[in-house]
Design a protein around this ligand. Structure first.
Ligand code: AMP
Length: 477
């Protein structure tokens, strides 16, 4: 029974929603020289039997667009910069071809050694996200000789090192802890073949860039010519793309998975005009209408996360919170209370916005809007995942949020959402953050190497500024 339950939890998955087939209509743009042909089915991916079985057990019937294109690109040994929405299936898009290649090449079965030499390193900005990637890796590697391990801050270093030394083919980690373990000589890099950066825009912004440069400059790290580097992110501001090119081979492939008809339009987005003092009452109104549906409430600072969570508890709404100041144990407890539905409301800072795949989040409330539109897209991506319909309500305070108005209008209209008249007016009169184009654009980012040859019929636009790194919520490991 125990084994059955373990297996059940490894392969537990949620039903793909009614809009899952809509993924087939998503526009995809592949650029770079000689891109490999896309696959249409998992059978065409040529996965070995155990991987194929694990894909089936995970409930995946057909590949999502990022998988259809990403899997053959990675299998062909090409470097990749992939721009795909949250919830688009990007984790499997990189894990499956990596695991497949490791199996085909007969990777040495993991065994105890004082120094481990992983074949793949996967880096992500937050503990929760890297843990989620690790769980996916463990699921797909089940029954094979490939051993994934996860390392992140907040768990005992001795324990982490012991886990690594037991054997490690695929090392998943947050930057700080990863560099720490490499620095202690517990992990050698000479066998490394794959370096994956998830949420690459965040990994290369001013918060993490030095760590990333340190990682690729670590002793033994194969040069970019001798390893395969893969980057995934929902957005790629132009400056980040240029920086990313330092980490990639010249002939990397840029894969953009469209926004129109994608995960974004599976989220019903509402913007409510508020002033600072009416926000709490508005929040109560929204939460009263959501009943027991799982709702994530985003706030700007750790302090207001605690404050709002306490306020909601006083109002008899079962609420928990997650932010960078809470201990790892508390963060995991909060996530599990939310996942299990014990606390249907989770108050979070941006740290929690990135990549978390939580089953059935029906609502996202932006109590405080973020300062960058990229962050907004990430946040609302917590809902409407995997083809399910979600709702996002955002409180727009003209005093603080006006700089976001133009890009907000653009995102709303790009995802065929109703744009409130008052917001359009604010957007027209605001000093813009991005070029105002009510029709929106098809891809969240386009390949900067194209020098302005866009597939859509709109002129190239300056992309939104890279997400500001809120010192308050920085995830230093
Ligand atoms: P990701 O974008 O990697 O975070 O994936 C979002 C969710 O979609 C995860 O729960 C995956 O397990 C699920 N998923 C990914 N690929 C597929 C697929 N081909 N079919 C069904 N579900 C999928």
């Amino acid at each position: 029974i125990f084994i059955f339950m373990c297996l059940y939890s490894i392969f537990s998955h949620y039903a793909t929603g009614i809009n899952f087939d809509k993924y087939d209509d998503i526009l995809v743009d592949v650029s770079g020289s000689n891109p490999p042909k896309a696959i249409m089915t998992f059978d065409e991916a040529g996965l070995c039997e155990s991987l194929r079985r694990n894909v089936t057990k995970s409930g995946y019937v057909k590949p999502t667009p990022v998988q259809k294109h990403g899997i053959p690109i990675i299998s062909a040994g090409r470097d990749l910069m992939a721009c795909a929405q949250t919830g688009s299936g990007k984790t499997a898009a990189f894990l499956l071809p990596i695991l497949q290649r490791l199996m085909v090449d007969g990777v040495a079965a993991s065994k105890f050694s004082e120094v481990q030499e992983p074949e793949a390193i996967i880096v992500a900005p937050t503990r929760e996200l890297i843990n989620q990637i690790y769980l996916e890796a463990r699921k797909f590697a089940y029954g094979t000789c490939v051993r994934p391990v996860v390392v992140y801050g907040g768990i005992n270093t001795g324990y982490t090192i012991r886990e690594v030394l037991k054997g490690c083919n695929v090392l998943c980690g947050t930057p700080g802890r990863l560099l720490d373990i490499i620095g202690r000589g517990k992990v050698g890099l000479s066998k490394l073949r794959y370096l994956v950066l998830d949420e690459a825009d965040r990994m290369l912004d001013m918060g993490f860039e030095p760590d990333m440069r340190k990682l690729v400059g670590s002793p033994g790290m194969p040069s970019k010519e001798d390893r395969q580097t893969l980057m995934f992110s929902a957005t790629y501001p132009e400056d980040i793309q240029r920086m990313a090119a330092d980490f990639l081979k010249v002939d990397y492939i840029f894969l953009a998975v469209g926004v129109v008809g994608g995960a974004c339009s599976d989220v019903e987005q509402t913007i409510i005009q508020v002033d600072q003092y009416s926000k709490r009452d508005q929040l109560l109104d929204v939460l009263k209408s959501t009943g027991n549906e799982r709702t994530m409430v985003f706030v700007e600072t750790k302090r207001s996360a605690d404050f709002i969570a306490t306020f909601l508890c006083q109002e008899k709404i079962s609420t928990t919170s997650i932010h960078g100041d809470r201990e790892q144990r508390e963060r995991e407890k909060a996530l599990s209370d939310f996942r299990l539905g014990q606390c249907p409301v989770l108050v979070a800072t941006s740290v929690a916005a990135r990549g978390l795949d939580i089953e059935q989040v029906q609502h996202v409330v932006n109590f405080d809007l973020p300062s960058s539109i990229d962050e907004y897209v990430h946040r609302i991506g917590r809902t409407g995942r995997c083809g399910n319909i979600g709702r996002a309500v955002s409180f727009f305070n003209p005093e603080s949020d006006t700089p976001l108005a133009r890009s907000l209008v653009k995102v709303l209209s790009g995802a065929q959402q109703e744009v409130p008249k008052w917001l359009e007016e604010i957007a027209f009169s605001a000093h813009g953050t991005t070029g105002f184009n009510p029709r929106g654009k098809v891809f969240a980012s386009t390949d900067t190497r194209k020098g302005g040859s866009f597939k859509t019929d709109e002129p190239p636009q300056a992309s939104a500024p890279s997400p500001a790194v809120a010192a308050d919520d920085e995830e230093w490991e």
